[in-house]
Structure formats: structure tokens, C-alpha cells
Write a protein that binds this ligand. Structure first.
Ligand SMILES: [Zn+2]
Length: 329
């Protein structure tokens, strides 16, 4: 997975801060402990000098084994004494060591020259965050979704009322978010402007992020712009938006159909939808377009892929944003 330079810079910055903070905290614990137990300072000094003596013994070569054994015994007894001091103070034996977040690499990001899983994870999260920057993910929740704006009466005789329909959709989305996993189905949210598609998909995104999933939320316009920019090499160096879109745990594509139509973008969107379906990674698409309009705009194979594999949620009602505006005026 290729990330832009900026992503690496941010991730290394985070790792460095973690490490420095832990080193400083360990140093503070050590100073405080030495103040209370001056003997601890002496022991640590002696431990350091046995390490130097051992290195010298190896270099000198004369009767190395006897000397090393003597140093080893000395070292162990010093270590034991230090442990006893810590124990008598009611402290853990690792108390003086830095408590790094990643025990495997000590928050350096590398083990024997190979990238540690914690650094990979950090790069991934940082890249998603950068893509999500435009979206106020944290601002949306199911609790702030009100059914009051949806008419109680059906639009046509014998049909389900918008309010009932939206109550069902809200319940479905809540359960979807609660049980979200890589096995979850993909969703297509259809309906007019201002019916809450963005609100509900952001609420799902929010809850998946909190569960630790890698979520990307993009408007189809921003997505198209990024893909076009990288296609012509004007993107950040080595940035690979397409790979991020293909590989994230949950991709939410907002307002499909509002992006500028080109055959390159149409093909890229089909590829994203298709690849994610085959890889078993859930996608949520929201759109104002009907299946008929999607078919005209993209292609028949695109629409049949979605009809065949996505769960369809049809939003009903009157533009909620407009109602809120009118209420406020
Ligand atoms: Zn690590």
C-alpha cells in the first residue's frame, strides 16, 4: 500500500510523540524513585558498569568465561536487589522501564528493519482520516434523527406512510451499525434531497469508526476529483486514493450521480463497487437517482450489480432541511 509523504510524516510524528512521552514519564518515575531510595540509583549505576565490564572482558579475551560468569552473578544479584526495593515500595518490577504502547517495537515502528503492525495500522488510520477531513463525522448520531418531519399520511392511498417507512429505515440502520462487521451487506440509500440519507450514513460511519473499523466517507464529487487528479499525476506523490477506496473496511459514497461524468470516473466507480463486492467489503451508496436514472447515467451492468447484491433503502417524505429552514424563518 502506497501512502503519500504527508501521511508518513504525520504517522511518524505520532509515533515519536508517543515514545518521547513514555521516555519522559519513565525518567520522572526513576527520579522520584531514586529520591526515595538512593540505593536504587547506586544499583542502576553498578548495573551499567557491569555491562561495560562484560564488554571489556570479551574484548580482552583473557579467561573470559570466568569473568563473564562472575559479572553475570553480580548482575543478577543487583537486579534482584532492585526488584526487592521496588517490591517493598509496592511497585511493579517494570515500574522504571518506559511503558510503550506497542510492546513489539517499543513505539519505534520497526522490528529488525521491518515495518511493525502498529505503524501499518497508524498509516492506514491517518490516510482515512485525511480523506474524511472534509466530513463532520462526529456530528451525526441516530439520536439526533427526528421522525417528526416525515408525514404520517401515505403519499398515495394504500401505500406505506413516509413516517412509518422512515421508522423502519431508522431501525434497520441502527441495527446495521450495532452489528456492523466485514460480513455486513452493502446498502443503497435512495430518495430525494434532504430526506436524511447523509445523516443516517454518517451515523453508521461514526459508529463503525468507534468500533475500530477503517471507514472512508467521501462525497462522489470529492472522490472523482481525487481520482482524476492522481490519474494525471497532479496528486500528492505516491498517493493512492483508489487503493484506499478499495481496501477500507467500510466505504460510504455520498451523493452518487453529482460528480462530473467522464468515462474514466464511471469505470472507476464500477470497478470500486465490483471489487469491493468480490472482496466481501461493505459499501454504502446514497443517491438521489432512481435505478432507471442510474442505468442511464452509468451502465446496465453497474445497476444490475447493485440490484443483485445491495440492500435497498427507499427514503420517503418532504425535504427535511427545507422544513427546518421554514420553521426557523
Ligand atoms: Zn509496533
Amino acid at each position: 500500500m502506497a501512502y503519500g509523504k504527508e501521511i508518513y510524516k504525520i504517522a511518524f510524528g505520532i509515533l515519536n510523540n508517543r515514545r518521547i512521552k513514555e521516555d519522559e514519564a519513565a525518567e520522572e518515575r526513576r527520579s522520584a524513585f531514586h529520591l526515595m531510595y538512593p540505593r536504587a540509583r547506586e544499583i542502576e549505576r553498578q548495573l551499567a558498569s557491569t555491562a561495560i565490564a562484560a564488554a571489556k572482558a570479551v574484548l580482552n579475551g583473557s579467561d573470559t568465561v570466568t569473568e563473564l560468569n562472575r559479572l553475570k552473578v553480580e548482575n543478577l544479584s543487583l537486579q534482584r536487589e532492585l526488584d526487592q526495593l521496588l517490591q517493598s515500595a509496592g511497585l511493579d518490577r517494570n515500574y522504571l522501564q518506559p511503558h510503550y504502547q506497542c510492546k513489539k517495537c517499543g513505539d519505534t515502528g520497526y522490528i529488525d528493519g521491518r515495518m511493525c503492525s502498529c505503524l501499518k495500522e497508524l498509516l492506514r488510520k491517518t490516510a482515512y482520516q485525511r480523506l474524511n477531513e472534509m466530513t463532520p463525522l462526529a456530528l451525526c448520531s441516530f439520536d439526533s434523527f427526528s421522525l417528526d418531519y416525515y408525514p404520517e399520511a401515505p403519499q398515495k392511498e394504500g401505500e406505506i406512510s413516509p413516517q412509518k417507512q422512515m421508522e423502519n429505515i431508522l431501525r434497520y440502520c441502527r441495527n446495521y451499525a450495532r452489528d456492523f462487521s466485514l460480513e455486513s451487506s452493502s446498502l443503497i440509500m435512495q430518495g430525494g434531497t434532504g430526506l436524511g440519507k447523509t445523516h443516517l450514513s454518517l451515523s453508521i460511519a461514526n459508529s463503525a469508526v468507534q468500533k475500530g473499523f477503517g471507514v472512508i466517507y467521501v462525497s462522489s464529487q470529492n472522490m472523482a476529483t481525487s481520482l482524476e487528479r492522481e490519474r494525471f499525476g497532479r496528486g500528492e506523490q505516491d498517493e493512492d486514493t483508489n487503493a484506499l477506496l478499495l481496501g477500507c473496511d467500510l466505504l460510504i459514497m455520498d451523493d452518487l450521480g453529482t460528480e462530473f461524468a467522464t468515462s474514466f470516473i464511471d469505470a472507476a466507480i464500477y470497478n470500486i463497487v465490483n471489487t469491493r463486492l468480490m472482496a466481501g467489503r461493505p459499501t454504502i451508496i446514497s443517491t438521489n437517482l432512481s435505478f432507471y436514472e442510474l442505468q442511464k447515467r452509468y451502465s446496465e451492468r453497474f445497476v444490475s450489480r447493485i440490484i443483485g447484491s445491495y440492500v435497498r433503502l427507499t427514503f420517503l417524505g418532504k425535504d427535511v432541511r427545507q422544513q427546518k429552514r421554514m420553521k426557523n424563518n
